[in-house]
Design a protein around this ligand. Structure first.
Ligand SMILES: Cc1cc2nc3c(=O)[nH]c(=O)nc-3n(C[C@H](O)[C@H](O)[C@H](O)COP(=O)(O)O)c2cc1C
Length: 236
């Protein structure tokens, strides 16, 4: 397990990262084979977690009635959140396709259980959110594994957690972290939909990297990398 990645393996790894997309449309009717779904879930289960607490659970959903309830919650929350934004952005927001709950063959709720392995978890006493961060690591593993297997995944966060908890019978202490829609797709777009539609651009790497202190973008001790990250490094 200590051996280096070959050049081809490295290319595969970065290909998964750069070609991963949040997918809300383009789902096909092809079911996800159980073998593939198991692989994807196992990739998620091998994520890092604070104190090795593995605080996640994965609820697989294909029941149409459940999906319909979740979709109703999405519609309600989308309308509610649209009140927070002024025209013309409001109409633009409302026109976006932001979920594929009914079209995707499998929905998956990823949850966080802060009580797993008792109250003391190594590394979580000072930053309790580390438990939630661990679940997000699992979700990213899942997302990249799905892309590698040609399975599209869309994250739906325009939902009421109360509805999720009630619909999925979650215990009071369990937190729904992500509601995901999975299925084979006939296209992975080259760019994020929200970029293509002109909602927001991708920021440049050089504008998000600081040196030594907050907001220091020009530090002479880091000159070489400062120049390197001015170029587009995608697929480099
Ligand atoms: C925590 C989280 C919540 C998200 N919620 C939604 C959502 O409710 N609806 C949606 O269409 N996309 C959602 N997305 C997807 C983002 O819009 C998407 O990741 C972003 O626009 C970049 O596109 P990409 O994932 O294709 O690179 C969510 C992503 C994350 C990480």
């Amino acid at each position: 397990m200590t051996e280096d990645f070959t050049e081809e393996e490295k290319r595969g790894f970065y290909k998964a990262i750069y070609s991963r997309r949040d997918v809300r449309s383009h789902f096909t009717s092809r079911p996800i084979e159980d073998g593939i779904l198991s692989k994807i879930l196992n990739a998620a289960h091998h994520a890092p977690s604070v104190g090795f607490s593995q605080p996640w659970n994965f609820i697989l959903i294909k029941d149409q009635d459940t999906k319909k309830k979740i979709k109703e919650s999405f519609e309600e929350e989308k309308n509610r959140s649209s009140q927070l934004v002024e025209e013309p952005k409001k109409s633009k927001y409302l026109s976006f396709k932001l979920e594929g709950i009914l079209e995707s063959p499998v929905n998956l709720c990823v949850t966080y259980d802060p009580t797993k392995f008792g109250p003391f978890v190594i590394g979580r006493s000072s930053i309790p959110e580390a438990g939630l961060y661990s679940v997000c690591c699992a979700i990213q593993n899942l997302w990249l594994s799905a892309r590698t297997e040609g399975v599209g995944l869309g994250w739906v966060s325009i939902l009421s957690n109360d509805t999720l908890k009630e619909t999925l019978d979650l215990p009071e202490h369990v937190i729904p972290v992500a509601y995901l829609c999975l299925g084979y797709v006939d296209e992975f777009a080259e760019k994020p939909d929200l970029e293509t539609k002109g909602w927001l651009p991708r920021l440049e790497l050089k504008d998000v990297v600081y040196f030594e202190k907050w907001n220091d973008k020009e530090n002479k001790n880091w000159e070489k990398i400062q120049n390197m990250i001015k170029d587009n490094l995608d697929y480099a």
